[in-house]
Write a protein that binds this ligand. Structure first.
Ligand SMILES: [Zn+2]
Length: 685
């Protein structure tokens, strides 16, 4: 008999022996992905079938826990694929992504619509009070039931049918909305032919505009478009007031030109359908249906949080406006401050007031030192150690790997950092858990987590040097990583960062606070040439600029959050007039005319395409939590107070989503978060 001993293996399916069981990134080839997805879905389908058709009575163990434990291969394949796609992708991976995303989505729907499976989940859910479940098992039961219910599993057949139609129409509308924004952005091209019109614009921005023009077939000219990368430098530095106005208005009227790309009717129809969908589930307003899974839970709670910050923000913005107007008056042109002047005079004011140049700071922020700085913060707070590992399998040679251990030496997880831009990496910075923490059969499986960034790479004569914003970003993403690493949950769907969206940014944002503390700065900011620690005078300047222009920033952001929520507490949108509705929303809040809402309705992608509807308030909500949490340290006079740090770790960072997040926070702090501390940080108190 001949045995097939040379059958080629797929390192995604048959995990090779690697240190700490990390994915065999170095062995994975493009052709492995699709067969791995197919096999993973096949296996998961068998697992689901076995749960759904189990002849035994449904129990927590054979239904809820079994469902949580299923799909491990799919998790692993997704963890590897999507990480590499975003950090080191290419056109072929993009094409694979389109195919596998469709498969994975369809498979997800198949599970949600599996009636036999849901009948068992519901049976366990209904007896949950009599099953002697511990708190985490109870939470898993409730969350599993809720996930299915929110997706319509518990609706009667006719409503289920209608839900399907609504979802289909909504997804078409959302696609069309997003495409319209893209079209309206790309179709608006403003060519400048006379360089004199660009007075004040920095050379780099001018060069980028010249390259854009060349690519668009207008060599020797400069092209500007209503997208942030193109118009921000113009708004900040270009003396040509007419061009500033033209660009800002082009940006803020996208999707609102009564042409084929107009989004107003799409918004009206979307809101009509969202209301009908909420009604199917017994809610009158979309926000009530959407916020069920959030920490805030009701739109009223979200409004209350926003309004607590709104009043002081507008007051500060008015002061800022007066200061800018003074600058304009001094120029003697008799002009009144308009939205297209704000950025321009703000930069002048910044230069006059603070005389702080990014280039002055960068030599002190060498990437390796900043990373070591954040490791030290984690050590002082939680006793964690980070040890570099060599010769680990990586997907790109620039990726560095660390072994994370606890104060007692026990293993916490594996940490990858991937900090430099490259073709194939999407912009921005993020944390990704390649594999999650969970406990099964008494074994605590530890996570594998990556932080990805797009920081300046080293050059032949300089190491990688960061800006202050980059330093903040590095600390922020590390905060997400800690939330994943410190997880001590049993069930993977409740572990780590699997928390509601108005909570998930809190553990990351809170880490940013440490990077600005003079005491911490002196542990990571050394001049890369002289080794000199950052001087107090620079630290002081950084501290003072932290509150600069915050009235504008907050007003712009809060106004968008309120507009979002105003849409989602509508109970009828049949005759919704978008322009009028938006104007009324602004007026009701007392928005000032010198600032335009950060996202006007017709290009508010967050709430009409990317699934952040009734969710834009989350940024402010998380900020209130993070400022309050950091204040708990400050109150003790010790940034690393062990009692507070241990409480934060035990009550929040270890707990994932195993308990209502509002309760988790109260357990940590002993009370609700107080927005006053955010106001203090923003310089509004
Ligand atoms: Zn984040």
């Amino acid at each position: 008999m001949i045995t097939a001993c040379n059958k080629p293996t797929n390192p995604l399916i048959d995990q090779p022996d690697t240190p700490y069981g990390v994915p065999a990134f170095d062995q994975v080839k493009l052709e492995h992905y699709e067969p791995a997805f197919e096999e993973a879905i096949r296996r998961n389908r068998l697992e689901i079938e076995a749960i759904a058709t189990n002849p035994d009575e449904p129990t927590f163990e054979n239904t809820i826990a079994a469902l949580d434990r299923s799909g491990k291969l799919l998790d692993r394949v997704e963890g590897v694929f999507f990480n590499v796609l975003e950090a080191d992708g290419n056109d072929e991976m993009q094409a694979i992504a389109e195919r596998v995303t469709a498969q994975v989505t369809a498979f997800g729907d198949e599970i949600m619509l599996n009636e036999q499976l849901f009948a068992r989940i519901k049976a366990v859910y209904e007896q949950r009070e009599n099953l002697n479940l511990n708190a985490e098992e109870m939470r898993l039961t409730e969350e599993t039931y809720r996930t299915f219910a929110i997706n319509g599993a518990d609706l009667p057949a006719d409503k289920k049918e209608r839900l399907k139609e609504i979802n289909q129409e909504l997804s078409q509308l959302s696609l069309k909305f997003g495409n319209n924004v893209v079209e309206e952005t790309n179709h608006c091209q403003i060519f400048i032919t006379d360089e004199a019109e660009l007075k004040g614009l920095p050379t780099g921005a001018k060069q980028a505009a010249a390259e854009e023009a060349e690519a668009a077939g207008h060599p020797g000219e400069w092209l500007f478009m209503p997208k942030r990368t193109s118009f921000t430098p113009v708004l900040q530095y270009c003396e040509n007031r007419e061009l500033r106005k033209q660009l800002l208005l082009a940006y803020t009227t996208r999707g609102n030109h009564n042409n084929e790309f107009d989004n107003k009717e799409i918004i009206r129809r979307t809101m009509q359908l969202r209301i009908e969908k909420a009604n199917l589930f017994g809610f009158t307003r979309p926000a009530d249906y959407i916020l069920q899974e959030s920490m805030a839970k009701t739109p009223e709670a979200a409004y209350e949080c926003l309004k607590a910050v709104w009043e002081p923000s507008v007051r500060k913005a008015k002061e800022e406006a007066a200061e800018l107007q003074k600058l304009m008056d001094a120029e003697g042109k008799g002009e009144k401050l308009e939205p297209w002047d704000w950025w321009f005079y703000t930069e002048k004011l910044r230069a006059a007031k603070y005389d702080l140049d990014e280039e002055q700071l960068k030599p002190y922020f060498q990437l390796e030192n900043v990373r070591k700085g954040v490791f030290d913060v984690a050590k002082q707070l939680y006793g964690l150690n980070f040890e570099p590992l060599n010769n680990m399998p990586v997907y790109n040679k620039e990726v560095e790997v660390f072994k994370v251990t606890d104060a007692d030496g026990s293993f916490i997880g594996i940490y990858y950092t991937d900090y430099f831009p490259r073709a194939g990496k999407r912009p921005g910075a993020w944390m990704n858990d390649i594999s999650h923490q969970y406990v099964e059969d008494g074994v605590n499986h530890r996570p594998v987590i990556v932080n990805v960034g797009n920081f300046n790479r080293p050059t032949s004569d300089k190491p990688a040097l960061l800006s202050m914003d980059d330093v903040e970003t590095l600390f922020h993403e590390f905060g997400h990583a800690l939330h994943g690493f410190l997880s001590q949950c049993t069930y993977k769907s409740l572990a780590g960062t699997n928390t509601p969206r108005d909570f998930v940014e809190f553990p990351s944002q809170v880490m940013e606070n440490w990077c600005y503390e003079p005491e911490v700065m002196k542990t990571y900011a050394f001049h890369y040439q002289t080794g000199e620690v950052i001087p107090d005078s620079l630290i002081e300047k950084i501290q003072r600029t932290r509150t600069f222009n915050k009235g504008f920033v907050e007003t712009e952001l809060l106004c968008a959050s309120i507009l979002d929520m105003d849409y989602h507490v509508l109970t009828n949108a049949d005759s919704l007039d978008v322009d009028k509705f938006e104007a009324e929303s602004m007026q009701k809040m007392g928005m000032i005319p010198e600032i335009i809402v950060r996202y006007r309705s017709t290009f508010f992608n967050h709430i009409f395409t990317t699934g952040y509807e009734a969710g834009y308030y989350s940024y402010t909500w998380s900020a209130v939590l993070d400022a309050d949490c950091f204040h708990a340290f400050k109150e003790t006079g010790n940034l690393f107070d062990q009692r507070v740090a241990t409480s934060l770790r035990k009550n929040i960072l270890e707990r994932g989503n195993t308990q209502d997040c509002a309760e988790l926070y109260r357990n940590f702090r002993g009370k609700e978060a107080n927005p006053e501390f955010l106001l203090e940080r923003l310089g509004m108190k």
